[in-house]
Design a protein around this ligand. Structure first.
Ligand SMILES: [Mg+2]
Length: 259
């Protein structure tokens, strides 16, 4: 089957921290040689596409910011479209707040007047922040938006907690689930992918290391899915999962077998 486009995950698929994953360069060359249009889609909500391109460059990969979509960009455009007039309270990193204010959204420092509470990875998250989030969400009319569901992220030192962990902490104390969790595999993320690649789903591959985000996105979109075993998923996870990739490869180096 001649594929025309590929959605590539970044962390655990192409890089781990700032280091390239062995075989990733080979795989990217192979995809380029096969003429596939590519889009890097990351559930990292903290970095803008230019910062992501720079991170990829440090790892030895050339990528243009226009080839990159992150949970931050998806969250900013979703909120600008649906909650433009809301006052936001953000449990997240300063770089996420900047991405939201950049598109004209209003972010309050206190949560008491918030219409929408945005919850995301926050490496300085603590008890006081959890108290503030609980107060901000006290009214049931307050919308809770998660940036992405990633429970852990593959970092240089091993896996570390991601947005999913903070979202669970907040929704646990508030006593209700978020109204929406963006990033892969959400519908808003699939829409962005669709708009940016502009190709029929059946002509596209999704390559990633996570079953519940990368592979689930591809499965729901109707794309051919490829799991790489260079990230967070091991054989045990795969055996237990209800999400089944079409192909499983050791690393991106083996993408030729799928093409
Ligand atoms: Mg990944």
């Amino acid at each position: 089957m001649p594929y025309r486009g590929v959605v590539l995950d970044v962390d655990g698929t192409v890089v781990r921290g700032d280091e390239p994953i062995p075989g990733a360069a080979e795989g990217l060359d192979r995809l380029a040689d096969a003429g596939l249009d590519r889009l890097f889609v990351s559930n990292n909500p903290t970095k803008r596409p230019p910062a992501y391109a720079e991170r990829l460059r440090r790892a030895g990969f050339d990528a243009h910011p226009s080839e990159i979509v992150t949970a931050g960009t998806i969250t900013a455009s979703y909120l600008a479209e649906r909650h433009a007039d809301d006052t936001l309270f953000v449990v997240g990193e300063p770089s996420l707040v900047e991405q939201l204010t950049d598109v004209g959204l209003t972010v309050a420092t206190e949560g008491t007047d918030a219409d929408t509470v945005v919850v995301s990875i926050d490496r300085s998250f603590d008890y006081d922040r959890l108290c503030a989030a609980l107060r901000a969400c006290a009214d049931d009319d307050v919308t809770i938006v998660g940036t992405d569901p990633d429970m852990v992220i593959p970092a240089a030192e091993g896996n570390v907690p991601g947005s999913g962990a903070i979202i669970n902490a907040v929704s646990g104390v508030v006593g209700r689930d978020p109204d929406v969790v963006l990033g892969k595999p959400s519908k808003p993320a699939r829409r962005v992918v669709d708009e940016r690649l502009g190709l029929p789903a059946s002509d596209c591959l999704v390559v990633g290391d996570r079953l519940d985000t990368d592979i689930a996105l591809g499965e729901r979109a109707g794309m051919t899915t490829v799991l790489v075993k260079t990230g967070v998923t091991d054989d045990r996870d795969l055996a237990r999962s209800e999400v089944t990739p079409d192909h499983v490869v050791d690393s991106l180096a083996d993408i030729g077998a799928v093409l």
